[in-house]
Design a protein around this ligand. Sequence first.
Ligand code: C5P
Length: 232
Amino acid sequence: MAKDVIIACDFSSRAEVLGFLDKFTERKPFVKIGMELFYAEGPEIVREIKARGHKIFLDLKLHDIPNTVKKAMSVLSGLDIDMCNVHASGTSAMMSAALEGLVRPDGTRPLLIAVTQLTSTSEERMQKELLIKSSLEETVLHYAQNAKGAGLDGIVCSPLESGMVKKHCGEAFLTITPGVRFADSKSDDQVRITTPSKARELGSDYIVVGRPITEAEDPVEAYKRCLNEFLV
Ligand code: C5P
């Protein structure tokens, strides 16, 4: 399986994101396009970045009734993206519908992964506000098992949860993990963080790295450092 570093392109305009990507003249990074850029620039920015030779994780975290998600996924698969996602809390029926919608006329489809519990949700809030009585870990694992049962390819989780998820869902079930920082850089607003090499040791398949690369003095060097630490 191809492990890789995905750069979170959290920019709000075409000019900014293309200016950033222009710096990468050798290897074309796998990039994550989130809501901010997609809502600002629409599907055309996805086509444009794809045409430049990048793999794309379209991070729109769909969550709606199964029929609506299926139809929306069918539109997104037409964008020739490589990976996209839904919220596991939309239920297994919604995840199965999403998967059906993603299959292109030629039988191919992007990878589909599920968001379990957002890393911004604490166990206390989950229990008090969402009335989920289990622990955060149990909830993440249960949602991962639902995603696997629905035929999805993997989940987004903390690198610290990768091992547990792999143990119960199998090595081939992908873990895509944000919250990565270099040992000598600041943590920003991320709390449960690991370095790229630790994420590799813990079994992450893809690490999602934003600010340590996008805000670096030399983003290309920072990207290479991530690759070197994660892929060795
Ligand atoms: O800049 P930073 O490396 O913190 O960026 C991490 C990226 O991963 C952001 O785009 C953020 O929205 C995303 N993400 C996250 N935690 C999750 C899911 C997505 O940090 N649980």
